[in-house]
Ligand binder design. Structure first.
Ligand code: NAD
Ligand code: DAU
Length: 360
């Protein structure tokens, strides 16, 4: 495979994947296709935008004719599909956009791949990036002490049981991808990953939002009691897994990707506070006063925890970063890149955020 279509490459994870592929594979042509929704930001790729092996195409994955044109024009033989609406809170307010992009957009890409490749599957690959949220929620059977906080983990065989409109739409897209393999023979791979953190994440998500709020002495809105558990993975480790699976993963397989790194939200928030305060030179615990418990997210999944043993055993991938190191790196990046943050949080986005959440 030489001409790789990466969708959603101007978003958080996509930009890390695009950067990795541009740097690591100078012989490939990397076509980054992105609609540039509120979450897409070409500033995420400033350092690589002039590379000879890189092209940016502004397009909507729901535009089937355009997808056909892109497949033909760039002679695409591999797809890494990340484009999606990705924020659970937005999906609760506006489920239609999620069904449209995540389901119909994925279907339009699948059909374009099928029609263009037309049964010539050799050296072709359609890799769909999904989430652990499709599996639903795990119980918190061991809420005290050290993680893991329960006996069960999500494996590749866990039944799909999505709860939010976001995860329902992602689950539906996963089913379409597998259906295109089973029905037409399209060479597909699916991965389901846990929560990512790191540079360039849109600041409506917990970690960048809270780092920025601490910096501006603003409240930190913790949903419910802060007892929900997420399994956090450094985004560059996810990008590395995507590279390995894209090249070596078996057709029609599913791989779970996760860090065996469970955190209760409130404990994570305290680590973020400690790290930001240390770097800003504040006394220890100074910003804990900003913690504000707010109404819980509707249908808030209690615990996610991924078992990524299959990926480790079959393809040798493991997370490279310890969480303490990753979170410090992440906090420093956001504090050092305040201009990147300000460009997003000023103007239109600020108005949206206030209309959605009030003046938090
Ligand atoms: P993001 O919201 O930061 O980026 C999404 C990108 O997709 C943006 O650049 C946006 O402009 C683009 N996009 C949206 N709709 C589009 C459309 N109709 N046509 C073309 N482009 C469109 O998302 P992210 O956090 O980087 O997530 C990327 C993918 O990884 C998603 O599929 C998500 O479900 C999955 N995922 C995310 C996480 C996570 O923790 N962030 C974990 C597991 C899986
Ligand atoms: O598990 C993978 C998923 O992780 C991805 O598929 C999604 O695209 C990604 O957005 C993420 O979903 P979450 O809902 O887990 O991430 P978020 O950062 O929105 O929230 C993390 C946890 O923090 C969650 O339990 C809700 C809570 N939270 C979040 C926000 C934004 C708060 O308590 N307060 C907040 O303001």
């Amino acid at each position: 495979m030489k001409n790789i279509l990466i969708t959603g490459g101007a978003g958080f994870i996509g930009s890390h994947v695009v950067r990795l592929f541009i740097n690591k594979y100078p012989d490939y042509k990397i076509v980054n296709l992105d609609k540039l929704t509120y979450a897409g930001n070409l500033a995420n790729l400033k350092d690589v935008e002039n590379r000879p092996n890189y092209v940016f195409v502004k397009a909507d994955i729901c535009d089937y004719d355009k997808m056909l044109e892109v497949f033909e024009q760039y002679d695409i033989d591999g797809v890494i599909h990340l484009a999606a609406e990705s924020h659970v809170d937005r999906s609760i307010k506006d489920p239609f956009t999620f069904a449209k992009t995540n389901v119909m957009g994925t279907l339009s890409l699948l059909q374009a791949a099928k029609v263009t490749w037309d049964g010539h599957w050799d050296n072709k690959r359609f890799y769909h990036i999904s989430t652990d949220e499709v599996y639903g929620a795990l119980e918190l059977t061991k809420p005290e002490g050290n993680p893991p906080y329960g006996d069960k983990f999500f494996t590749e065989d866990t039944k799909y049981q999505p709860h939010s409109p976001y995860s329902a739409a992602k689950a539906s897209s996963d089913h379409f991808v597998r259906a295109f393999h089973d029905t037409y023979g399209l060479p597909t791979v699916v991965t389901n990953c846990s929560n990512n953190y790191g540079p360039y994440q849109f600041p409506e998500k917990l970690i960048p939002l809270f780092i920025n709020n601490i910096r501006h002495d603003k409240p930190l809105p913790v949903y419910g009691k802060g007892e929900n558990v997420r399994d956090w993975l450094f985004v560059e480790d996810h990008a590395r897994a995507i590279d390995i699976i894209f090249h070596k993963g078996k057709i029609a397989e599913t791989y779970n990707i996760g860090g065996f790194n469970e955190w209760k939200n409130i404990d994570l928030v305290k680590v973020i506070i400690k790290t930001v305060d240390k770097i800003l030179g504040n006394p220890e615990g100074y910003s804990e006063k900003l913690i504000t418990y707010v109404t819980d997210r509707a249908g808030h999944d209690l615990r996610y925890a991924i078992d990524s043993t299959k990926l480790k055993n079959e393809l040798g991938w493991e997370p490279s970063l310890q969480f303490e190191e990753g979170i410090e790196k992440t906090v420093r990046w956001y504090l050092d890149n305040q201009e990147w943050m300000d460009n997003i949080t000023s103007g239109e986005y600020e108005k949206y955020y206030e209309s959605m959440y009030g003046n938090r």
